[in-house]
Design a protein around this ligand. Structure first.
Ligand SMILES: *[C@@H]1O[C@H](CO)[C@@H](O)[C@H](O)[C@H]1NC(C)=O
Ligand SMILES: *[C@@H]1O[C@H](CO)[C@@H](O)[C@H](O)[C@H]1NC(C)=O
Ligand SMILES: *[C@@H]1O[C@H](CO)[C@@H](O)[C@H](O)[C@H]1NC(C)=O
Ligand SMILES: *[C@@H]1O[C@H](CO)[C@@H](O)[C@H](O)[C@H]1NC(C)=O
Ligand SMILES: *[C@@H]1O[C@H](CO)[C@@H](O)[C@H](O)[C@H]1NC(C)=O
Length: 352
């Protein structure tokens, strides 16, 4: 028999080592918790449904693609830091509506209202950066690199600028779709007003699970939101002139100052004081009931997503899981080679 004090010391040592490992994050965080979710992850392979996505798809056909995309994205983000949130949002939108087919980049035509002009006003932007990259790539290797791949790489590079190293891998080989319908947006894009069950159902329909839902919501660590999207929570939650009880009441007062009733076109940071920094701070404020939207607060209403939200406060865990969820998101609904529905657009705004 081990003396009690020795057993206690050993136990203490194990607990401490574990705590240090978890707190220090990095690649060595405890994977055990996520195993159940990852194993249950029937939905989506990071290679796309038919394995259409590859590492280095353009290695032969356009070897400079990664440098060109990074170059142009970084110089734009250096000048306009909010672009990181914009490009991440564009990629997210593209993935959720008709899959990663660059349908979000298509302009409306006289006979068709495209996704980017959908109501509710999505205030999407960053299209000019994609155009700039596309033009440079057409000069280097015309007709080769799809707009869908450009968007996926540019979103990664924009977020990664702060770190000066890629924060996730982007496999390539996507083809561009030929259809973009404003009417596809509403049913597919997760809404800031949605509750937990609606959000989870939407993610599941794309092959994403509850971990992806929480982790990708962490994208709100950068960027700003329209004040008009908070009015209901702040001023008239149940129609009685009340405030959402799931919102920290002190923070609600702060928000009312930033988003007065008469200024629907104002903006507010989604991650207060940290909206230009890609970090796990969103999960810190979320757990203080300071998430901006109902869809943020919704993550605390389910015990599983609430627990995942707590774990994501650790930077190493969040970065690690974000990389994985982004790869899954980038594989949604990919049009690959040999699938007759796709093409490589010459101009990202119009079908060939
Ligand atoms: C990247 O940008 C630098 C500086 O503007 C330029 O010298 C270089 O040629 C660019 N590289 C590519 C591959 O576009
Ligand atoms: C959408 O936003 C743009 C830019 O903020 C604005 O000019 C336009 O009027 C808005 N459209 C709608 C339908 O709200
Ligand atoms: C690339 O440009 C050349 C010269 O203009 C043209 O002959 C060729 O067909 C183009 N390739 C593609 C794939 O568009
Ligand atoms: C969530 O929202 C949907 C759609 O508005 C609604 O049908 C459903 O009852 C809500 N679920 C809960 C648990 O409130
Ligand atoms: C609050 O909501 C109720 C019910 O939707 C509505 O009748 C009322 O006009 C709203 N009040 C304000 C100040 O917007």
């Amino acid at each position: 028999m081990m003396p009690k004090s020795l057993a206690f010391l050993l136990l203490l040592l194990i607990v401490l080592t574990r705590a240090v490992r978890i707190l220090c994050g990095g690649d060595e965080y405890d994977q055990q918790f996520f195993n159940a979710y990852d194993q249950d992850d029937h939905g989506l392979s990071i290679y796309g449904d038919g394995g259409q996505l590859k590492m280095g798809y353009y290695e032969q056909s356009c070897p400079s693609v990664e440098t060109v995309v990074r170059n142009i994205t970084w110089s734009n983000v250096a000048a306009k830091p909010f672009l990181a949130a914009k490009l991440l949002r564009l990629h997210f939108h593209d993935a959720f509506v008709r899959g990663n087919d660059a349908s979000v980049l298509l302009d409306s035509t006289p006979t068709n209202k495209a996704e980017k002009d959908a109501v509710p006003n999505l205030s999407l932007s960053g299209f000019d950066v994609i155009d700039e990259i596309k033009a440079a790539l057409e000069e280097k290797c015309n007709g080769t690199v799809s707009c869908a791949d450009i968007l996926a790489m540019a979103a990664r590079d924009a977020v990664s600028f702060q770190f000066q190293r890629p924060m996730w891998k982007v496999l390539t080989g996507r083809k561009d779709g030929k259809i973009s319908l404003a009417t596809d947006v509403g049913p597919n894009m997760p809404s800031p007003f949605s509750n937990f069950s609606t959000l989870l159902a939407q993610y599941s329909s794309k092959g994403l699970n509850i971990v992806d839902l929480v982790v990708l919501s962490g994208g709100h660590t950068i960027g700003i939101g329209h004040c008009s999207l908070t009015f209901k929570r702040l001023y008239n939650f149940t129609g009685k002139g009340d405030t959402d009880p799931c919102l920290n009441q002190d923070y609600a007062k702060t928000l009312m100052g930033l988003c007065p009733k008469n200024s629907p076109s104002s903006f507010v940071e989604m991650d207060p004081y940290s909206s230009l920094s890609f970090d796990s701070h969103y999960f810190t404020i979320l757990n203080q009931k300071k998430g901006l939207f109902q869809s943020d607060a919704a993550l605390l209403t389910d015990p599983r997503s609430a627990l995942i939200s707590q774990l994501m406060r650790i930077p190493g865990v969040f970065f690690n899981r974000f990389a994985r969820s982004m790869m899954k998101m980038g594989a949604i609904g990919v049009l690959g080679d040999g699938n007759g529905d796709g093409e490589v657009r010459r101009n990202c705004r119009v079908v060939n």
